[in-house]
Design a binder for this molecule. Structure first.
Ligand code: KG4
Ligand code: ZN
Length: 347
């Protein structure tokens, strides 16, 4: 089963073809970073317009790279949300048009189901990763989300913690912006933090009175701003590295603290890190250092499948695509209910 997927929920125009839910035949991402960088964040209207420009060449390149012709594609998948409405619309319209014209099943996929699936992907010449056993814990940590999920099956996912304000990636982006370091903030902050002293500034770990596992990053962002305002000038050199290292350490400490607590509360050993912030080496290392001695296992996709891409969407669509293409299915009804691919329940 070869699924061609389109992802356009934010500022990456992406298309990919994945076979049997895990082997990535092609994976094309046209990033709009340069378009949005001068604004210090994603401008939704510009994102939509650039998706319109990029989507057809990106889809054509995905097909060409995989060495396939249209009849060899068995299903079309597309990110249905969450994301920027105008941006999503572009991918959805192209996916619907392709499914209609080719008479193939159309599978709408929840963006986070894609991020959680990324850990099972591999290239045609790479070994298939063992992947986490069910049930497992997933920390989805990106520019739009910071949440913990208990994953009992690929389509049975329960949210057990969420951010009460900013997402972690958003905090990286906003801190980079306030320090004049550009967009996206995550990679610049990580680079700038190298050689910095993570204990130069003490930022407190937020705790909630109800003892919940929820996250909060707006206080940390304000604390960094307060340091800058007290100095009266933007930090440079070693001062800048120290501030970035301290911020990163505080963000990572919070993510790992909640993740460890959730594994204990739910008796889970396998932990998946997913989403753009999972590229962060300090987070990967801290999660391993905290979980491995407790008998835990940490699964992290390679960086190219942590940030937004269409391969994760194609992979996540596999089971639903199989059902739709299966024998006995009415060919006149080639769509699936939007909730059919991923059921998210609150704890
Ligand atoms: O998953 P993603 O590509 O898009 C969303 O679904 O949001 O995540 C993008 C986010 C951005 O906030 C970016 O700053 C952050 O991931 N990010 C990082 C790193 N690389 C990307 N954050 C921390 N460290 C990184 N190395
Ligand atoms: Zn994402």
């Amino acid at each position: 089963m070869r699924v061609l997927a389109i992802e356009s929920s934010c500022d990456e125009t992406a298309a990919a073809i994945v076979t049997d839910g895990h082997c990535v035949l092609s994976d094309v991402v046209a990033t709009q970073t340069a378009v949005h960088a001068k604004y210090g964040g994603v401008v939704p209207e510009l994102a939509s317009r650039n998706h319109v420009v990029d989507i057809v060449p990106v889809v054509q390149q995905a097909l060409a790279t995989a060495g396939l012709d249209w009849p060899e594609v068995d299903a079309i998948a597309v990110t249905r949300g969450p994301g920027l409405v105008g941006a999503l619309l572009v991918g959805l319209q192209v996916a619907k048009a392709l499914a209609y014209a080719l008479n193939k099943p159309l599978v709408p996929v929840h963006h986070l189901a894609g991020h959680l699936h990324a850990v099972y992907l591999h290239g045609p010449t790479e070994p298939r990763p063992a992947g986490p056993a069910f049930p497992h814990l997933a920390l989805a940590v990106s520019g739009g989300h910071t949440a913990l999920y208990r994953v009992d099956a690929s389509d049975r996912v329960t949210q057990i913690a969420n951010t009460r304000d900013d997402a972690a990636g958003e905090a990286f982006d906003k801190v980079a912006r306030m320090l004049g370091l550009g967009y996206p903030g995550g990679p610049v902050v990580e680079r700038g933090a190298r050689g910095g002293d993570p204990s130069a500034h003490t930022f407190t770990l937020p705790r909630f009175k109800d003892g919940g596992l929820d996250f909060s990053f707006s206080g940390l962002k304000t604390a960094v701003l307060t340091v800058v305002q007290r100095r009266g000038a933007l930090p440079e050199g070693q001062d800048l590295a120290d501030l970035l290292a301290s911020f990163q350490a505080a963000a990572v400490a919070q993510l790992v603290d909640r993740t460890v607590a959730a594994t204990q509360a739910h008796g889970l050993r396998d932990v998946v890190l997913a989403g753009g912030v999972a590229c962060n080496t300090a987070l990967r290392e801290a999660a391993r250092a905290a979980l491995l001695p407790r008998g835990g296992r940490v699964h992290v996709p390679p960086p190219r499948w942590c940030t937004d891409n269409a391969a994760m969407i194609a992979g996540a669509a596999h089971a639903a695509a199989l059902r739709l293409a299966g024998a006995g299915h009415d060919p006149a009804d080639r769509r699936i209910n939007a909730s059919g691919t991923w059921r998210l329940t609150a704890a």
